[in-house]
Design a protein around this ligand. Sequence first.
Ligand code: C5P
Length: 410
Amino acid sequence: MSERSGPKTVVFGVTGGIAAYKAVEVCRRLVDAGVHVVPVLTAGAERFVAKTTFSALASEPVQSSLFDEASPIPHTLLARRADLVVVAPATADFLARYAAGTAGDLLGATLLATRAPVLVCPAMHTEMWEHPSVQENLATLRRRGVEVVPPEAGALAAGDVGVGRLAEPAAIVEAALGLLGAHGDLAGHRVAVSAGGTREPIDPVRHLSNRSSGKQGHALARAALRRGAEVTLVTTVASSLPSHPRLSVVRVDTAAEMEAVMAVEAEKADVIVMAAAVADFRPVAIAPSKLTKDQGIPELVLEKTPDILAGLAARRRPGQVIVGFAAETDEPLARARRKRAAKAVDLMVVNDVSAPGVGFDYDTNAVTIVSAFEDREVPLTSKAVVADTVLDQVVELLADGGPEPSPEGH
Ligand code: C5P
């Protein structure tokens, strides 16, 4: 398995079953999650899906032959690059060949050569699934440490119904990300992430808020989970993450609620990421009943909310790494540098929300990660990749034993 930082590599094997069409969706979701996906199709798979489809969606072109690729030893190269091998769908024939250890094609040879964890996702007709040969082959593979996402009951090809249908793409992707995270570089660390815009009530039906979808914060929580962390997501919008044994989600509304929850989390967290858009001002008093038009135009008297991030940084535990976010429209870099120093945080991740495709409701973002030592630019990419790039820097800071004092002037 590789020890590189940055995106993890999944060698994604597709074998020749009708469920190969669903593998397209699995591939796309893995890429969306920030994984580098290298597709390997068997000859059988190519009878069901076109190479072109996977080449277009995956991180690199399909490989399918032991012999006619650019390299004379594609299987050993693939085997070494893999952080995980996923086979979806895995046919009965593939399971038999894998259990027997045959290496007659690129996928089989790669599976023998790799030391990365392997996840197989069988799909076949019920009668085949229940056959003792298939079950014994699967038991053999499990005994050798291969992970399995079993098939589900449901509609099969040719109008049949029963157990044997490939698991849902979301379930396969979560299992794959979980395996990548089990040995991740944040394993053993606690990470608290805040997300979404806080809502400061004016009356029982109205509030002041910030534009924020929470997507970048959720992507950070997802990436931290995948890298093995214990994660608490403190969010003002419903969590988009599937439930996970290492994930706790706390829903909050106001800055005061977020502050209280983050204070508790900060006592145990090794990493704090304030991706939330905290309202800067809130009404001094909340009207007990709905303000109506016939009462005239209300005058809102506002007060400042607590600066949660600055407060957390002021009470930081030794070695704790603290990250803030800043959405700017003017002079983003200069402002981010000033804010990083003023709030005494390790990293300030700034985005210029006036640029196309950046921030708020988009699934993409372009940021600069400002530290005491450098500005690292991350050009327009998915929020998943931004999350991983931020966490790469967090991991470096943790490895150095926590934050360093800032050099003067940055
Ligand atoms: O100063 P500004 O609001 O631009 O700083 C943004 C950063 O500070 C974000 O990380 C945000 O979560 C945090 N913040 C906070 N409490 C506030 C305002 C912002 O924690 N009241």
